[in-house]
Design a protein. Sequence first.
Length: 168
Amino acid sequence: MNIYLPENPLVTTLYKALDEIDEKWRDYNGVIVTGSWPGQNDDKFIEEIIPKIKEAKENRIPYLGLCLGMQAIGVMEGGGLIKMPEHRQGVYKVHGWGGEGEESHWHRFRVWGEFPEYDVYEDEGIVSSMRLREHPFFVACQFHPEYQSSKDRPHPLLVQFLGECRSK
């Protein structure tokens, strides 16, 4: 598993959530791009990570973009980022291919653009998740599924991602 981390990443909760789902996850073939702390040089990180994301897309490697990982896809696919007037923090209702739920958000930017290859789900005018249609698992979300995951109730998105990685 390749996890690409920006400067000062938020990963402790992610590692814990993945360990609770499957302790062997580090041995699987997949890519995760995580979120970062406010005030980091995210533009530089996005520029550097885009080739790794393209490689996962082209080689059909399972990909999970969390927060900044989704923003990087937006830029990679010709869209852009808009700085929000206020940081979006808290638990918000989201819609996606898995239905409706409440997810933890903590971000300063929102993705904009047209993404014809993707199923795109918006909530309150903000892209909350994207899924590449012609790929086994190429998914990104603006929220943090690791914050809502527990040993007794693992987050379905993380379970699906690890299941696809395990099968590769």
